[in-house]
Design a binder for this molecule. Sequence first.
Ligand SMILES: Nc1ncnc2c1ncn2[C@@H]1O[C@H](COP(=O)(O)OP(=O)(O)OP(=O)(O)O)[C@@H](O)[C@H]1O
Length: 606
Amino acid sequence: MPTTRATADRSVVRTLLRLWPYVRPVRARLFTAAAVAVVASCTGLVIPLVLKWLVDGPVADRDPAGVWLGALYLLLLGIAEAVLFGIRRWLVARPLSHVEAEMRADLYRRLQRLPVAFHDRWASGQLLSRGTTDLMLLRVFLAFPLTFLLVNGVTILVGVAIMLAQDRTLGLVILGPAVPVMWTCVVFERRYARVARRAQDQVGDLTTVVEESVLGIRVVKGFGRHRSQARAFRDLAGRLRGTELRKARLLATIWGVIVALPEVAIGAALVLGAVRVADGDLSAGTLVAFLSTALALRWPVDSIGFLLAMTQEAATATERYFEVMDEAPEGSGEAREALVGSGEAAVPGPVAVGGGRAGSGIRFEGVRFRYPDAPPGSPPLLDGIDLHIRAGESMALVGATGSGKTTLTALVPRLYEVTSGRITLNGVDITAMSREELRSRVAVAFEEPTLFSASVGENVLMGAPDGAGKPALDRALAIARADFAHTLPQGTDTRVGEQGLSLSGGQRQRLALARAVVGRPEFLVLDDPLSALDVHTEAAVEAALRQVLADTTALIVAHRPSTVLLADRVALLSGGRIAAVGTHRQLLRDHAEYAHLMSGERQETR
Ligand SMILES: Nc1ncnc2c1ncn2[C@@H]1O[C@H](COP(=O)(O)OP(=O)(O)OP(=O)(O)O)[C@@H](O)[C@H]1O
């Protein structure tokens, strides 16, 4: 997957507006909080007016009671401002963590529903960083920059209006830098957008490297690759640091402009104002009020730079979030529609009731398949597969490494969609049934068994309908010869997977097999399920599996004659097609390629 994706040409506002469905439920609190913050900020602007009254009134008149009263007003205004900002924070804290949690839950749901082809394309670190860093950036944006861009904007407008009302000439001097500051903001935003995107993508890449090193720690240590891994990490981290420094330089530039120009204007207004007070054109109180207002606007103006930066990062995070959310989930029919549109996809066949003799079992009809991310122009991996596994029959699938056996088995539960042709189960096109129904009828066990961080029982019962209990579990463990589970520290309640007890490859494979058979599936697809077992365990598992296979229709990828012998017939996959179908003996006799694949153990299996 490309490290840095092209930034969509969409305005920041339009991008951020996509968050509205999530913000909608909490809009009342958010708007109230913004209104409270505007009032709080404008309360601060009343302070200079009280100062003016204090300087021109009680101070000029040498009236101590008036000065104390003025001080009391100032204290009350200060307290009111602080309390209002406190209320704002209280109003937004809870609802915004709710927004973040909702978005994260939606992202997780979508990741679960996206097709395997999507996960093949995307690095896991990129997905992880979207679900963590990006969502955190969005929560911070909704809590802070979103409100304060509005609050500070209103405060600046009100403050400028007050200053113009105090004295028009001084007001125009203060307004002088407005145009260059706005121009700088526009240029900054464009540049910052590009760098922010790069930085967030690089965080994703870094996450991927950390994840791979942790998952592959045995390989890293076994091959003494920790130094080269550390170097790869350092390079990526160095690149990210470079990007972050570029961000900091851009921020420093805008900050410099935004802080320096208004300061110069305030200085000029101070000199001009002082001269006019000396000339008697302006009251000292007005100058104090004017300058206090100008100083009160320093923070709202100074903060614009980093508020814009945070807004830009939030827009990038939104873009990255919706890149995943906009992907078509499994079952949306888009992949299929594209094929139908191109005339490649087979039209779903008639739905057979009960399945006639010819249609029963698993049938591949003219199945072609090309990985979506295969190089353009490359030939299909599977090119016209015709194969019929009769109901109740077990078919072994044999072929050279890389011939597409795993791929073919993945098409049955629709982990990938056929490019053209069709697959039927008892005469029913698999695309005509819901994925839920299909996957409840077809059970799978992969060569690389994955166990989740859960108990042995939970891992196995994952393959059973809801409500299946201990008898089903014990039966499945017995079939897969996984009785070792009963001797684990907490029996079948022992936690395994990443956060639990580490099991051997053979033990994990047997649990994966138990998971495949626990639901007494109608159709069973096994991808070389016994490859990690020693010969004695393999023989025991095979003996038990034979009973399961007796009333199941099964497709079993096999590399060894012992596994092949589990099946009634064998199909040889070669050159993207089924080159031959027959019994093990027939194929050994008639097909040199098959004999070659099985060579080494030919003598003993004949
Ligand atoms: N997600 C993918 N995207 C693109 N190509 C893939 C993908 N997965 C596998 N391939 C390619 O498809 C070909 C067949 O892979 P597959 O795993 O189906 O072979 P196999 O016959 O099961 O091999 P083995 O016996 O080694 O397990 C390989 O050349 C592989 O590089």
